[in-house]
Design a protein around this ligand. Structure first.
Ligand SMILES: O=C(O)CCC(=O)C(=O)O
Ligand SMILES: [Fe+2]
Length: 215
């Protein structure tokens, strides 16, 4: 574990401040590279940010074909990014919306922390504990072979489940509001992940996964 110093960043009108002492934990899983900052954004501030983004993001209810009919996916989502960062995801084509001030400020602090550049972000809104994302890897060809994906959680706490594609090994991690999980290296080639429906009541949770689409 190491400690980082405080950073406050203003980008246009939005301000995002990072916790005074940010713990970083390297999670030792085979065939994966995972870096976790449990309190990347101070808890109280992360709740305010969750509220702001819940109101401000242009959420959409996407639908997918399953068993021959269209059904709502069990969450809301939105895609923000630089021009030209179209994203294809399970038959859905998402055109990017232009960055808002909060997302730009977050991209800046998260890029600095992860030493990686991002040109887009997929926002997910889990309205309550019934919402979910099923098992998948973020391994679309436009992300390249070893993508760095930085995942910020805001609002309700949910479990992030991981499963090794070959050995079946499982791992789960609670993602508190304000936490940042960076997945890189071979993680997407060897592991799937999911946020499963929960029996425990939870209010809304926003997750932002910053990505780099190779053009
Ligand atoms: O909500 C999360 O923590 C994960 C979201 C996710 O896996 C994705 O957007 O690809
Ligand atoms: Fe994912």
């Amino acid at each position: 574990m190491t400690l980082d110093a405080r950073a406050v960043l203003c980008q246009n009108s939005a301000q995002v401040s990072i916790s005074i002492w940010v713990f970083v934990i390297n999670i030792p899983l085979p065939d994966a590279s995972l870096v976790f900052y449990p309190n990347f954004i101070a808890f109280a501030e992360s709740k305010v940010l969750a509220n702001t983004l819940y109101e401000k993001i242009q959420w959409r209810q996407d639908q997918l074909y399953m068993y021959g009919r269209l059904i709502d996916i069990p969450r809301l989502q939105a895609w923000y990014g630089d021009a030209g960062t179209d994203y294809q995801y399970s038959n859905l084509k998402l055109n990017p919306q232009p960055w808002n001030d909060e997302l730009l400020a977050l991209r800046h602090v998260i890029s600095e922390k992860s030493q990686a550049s991002f040109n887009s972000v997929l926002a997910n809104c889990y309205r309550d504990h019934h919402d979910s994302v099923g098992w998948h890897s973020d391994d679309e060809p436009e992300l390249g072979p070893e993508p760095v994906i930085a995942s910020l959680s805001l609002g309700a706490e949910r479990y992030f489940h991981m499963k090794h594609k070959q050995s079946g090994e499982k791992f789960k991690l609670k993602l508190p509001s304000g936490s940042l999980l960076i997945m890189k290296g071979k993680t997407q080639s060897f592991w799937q992940h999911a946020v499963l429906k929960s029996r425990q009541m939870a209010p809304y949770r926003i997750n932002l996964t910053f990505r780099k689409i190779l053009k």
